[in-house]
Design a protein around this ligand. Structure first.
Ligand code: GLY
Length: 352
């Protein structure tokens, strides 16, 4: 990210804050931020909106969706599994391994931005259609945290392993330790440190988690989410991506949701669980994602300084996405082909 781009972003952040205030009385679904801030009012309004939503006549399956442009090659890998009749769980694991291994994707896996101490630490989780889930946080020196998360799910009685315990478990499972800090990431970190930045860099430019959701030929849902987290985060910081309910949630009765953006905002609102529960009340995925973003914008001070985006897939194969600032896009692949779509956003202006 160039300095001029960053400065443009700072301007757009300030503008965004002003815009948020202006929007307070004008939100179409919630009747304004004050209405959105009330859980009861918001959820009643959600149910009302759902009543007029036509139900899809046929299930769209198999299908895979994921966050950001790096979701395109990830979806292509997942699609190979789905098109061959494989499970959604296998598809999402294979899919997100693509950006995990790609050093050009700076916010996921190998080559991701390190923490403030210069160490790359990874967060990931995976969930299937039966509420089985596995997660790792603060995992070092293992290229594919999503596969470790799956091993936690399938080979332990636990849901989540962190730090040294996660690494010890991964090695015991045969995962190979390797250096995840590429020369590019090291140089960027050195520049960041030399500039004397006391604070970790958590802003609009380092939020590109991959979250992936799939519906297989059997009609089963699964999801995966994996990231290197916020650039130059405080060592030990955990974002939303490994937290079931915050960065990912799957409920076979309803649908699935995943998130990207500043994890603290999704944690405070248990954002993906919120999206799924809004879908359970009858909202379609698009409406549910919008309502969750509105909730964040209304309830969390300074939310406009960050980006958040939700992506949801219903058990019928309906897709929806919504974000706070423009610039978030999502990839979809099914039998009709692959697409990349800009998500609708709450605040005016687009961050690139
Ligand atoms: N959404 C990724 C993170 O905040 O770590």
């Amino acid at each position: 990210m160039t300095k001029s781009k960053m400065s443009q972003q700072h301007k757009s952040l300030l503008q965004g804050r002003r815009d948020l205030l202006k929007l307070a009385a004008a939100l179409p679904l919630a009747g304004g931020l004050s209405a959105c801030a009330s859980t009861t009012a918001s959820d009643k309004s959600a149910t009302a909106a759902a009543t007029s939503t036509p139900k899809p006549s046929a299930v769209r399956k198999p299908i895979v969706v994921s966050t950001w442009e790096h979701g395109m090659p990830a979806n292509a890998a997942a699609w190979q599994v789905l098109a061959a009749g494989g499970s959604a769980l296998d598809a999402v694991e294979q899919g997100v391994r693509v950006p995990e291994a790609d050093p050009a994707v700076r916010t996921v896996g190998y080559g991701g931005y390190p923490d403030a101490s210069g160490e790359v630490t990874l967060d990931a989780c995976i969930m299937d259609h039966q509420l089985n889930c596995g997660s790792v946080a603060g995992l070092k020196r293992i290229k594919h945290p999503i596969s470790v998360a799956r091993a936690v799910m399938e080979k332990t009685p636990h849901v989540m392993l962190v730090g040294e315990g996660a690494l010890t478990f991964a090695k015991a499972q045969g995962f190979v330790e390797e250096n995840l800090l590429t020369e590019q990431s090291k140089q960027d970190w050195l520049v960041w440190r030399e500039q004397g930045k006391a604070k970790s860099q958590i802003n609009l430019e380092n939020h590109d988690t991959i979250g992936m959701l799939a519906l297989d030929s059997d009609g089963h849902l699964a999801g995966a989410c994996t990231t290197s987290g916020a650039a130059y985060k405080l060592p030990g910081r955990v974002g939303d991506s490994p937290l079931i309910g915050a960065g990912l949630y799957v409920d076979q009765d309803v649908g699935a949701a995943t998130a990207t953006g500043l994890g603290e905002l999704m944690i405070k609102t248990v954002g993906c669980h919120l999206v799924v529960e809004l879908m359970r009340q009858g909202l379609n995925p698009q409406q549910a994602c919008q309502r969750a973003v509105e909730r964040i914008a209304a309830k969390i001070p300074n939310a406009a300084e960050a980006q958040v985006g939700f992506l949801a897939l219903s058990v019928s194969g309906e897709v929806g996405a919504y974000c706070l600032h423009g610039g978030f896009n999502y990839a979809v692949q099914d039998a009709s082909g692959a697409t990349l779509t800009d998500a609708i956003h709450l605040l005016p202006g687009v961050v690139v």
